[in-house]
Design a protein. Structure first.
Length: 80
């Protein structure tokens, strides 16, 4: 059972690392699986929250970059 859990979690984390934040739904599926011990589910819950925060920060960063690009296009010369 633990091996299955860690195999699933490993696959999900690999996708999250590549920027596929839709894997949160897969984490939710794991969280709803009552076969896993509470400690593993607690870990999964924390990982899910971390994924949500990471996605939000990345979105904010992208928005900030887009805003900066609108204000002053980078010419490639000198310092920013």
């Amino acid at each position: 059972m633990k091996r299955e859990y860690f195999c699933k979690l490993n696959a999900v984390v690999k996708k999250i690392i590549r920027g596929d934040y839709s894997q949160g739904t897969e984490l939710d599926t794991i969280l709803n699986d009552t076969r896993y011990p509470a400690k593993l589910l607690s870990f999964t819950e924390k990982l899910n929250l971390m994924t949500v925060k990471l996605e939000a920060r990345e979105e904010t960063l992208i928005e900030n970059i887009e805003e900066l690009q609108k204000k002053k296009p980078y010419s490639g010369k000198g310092h920013i």
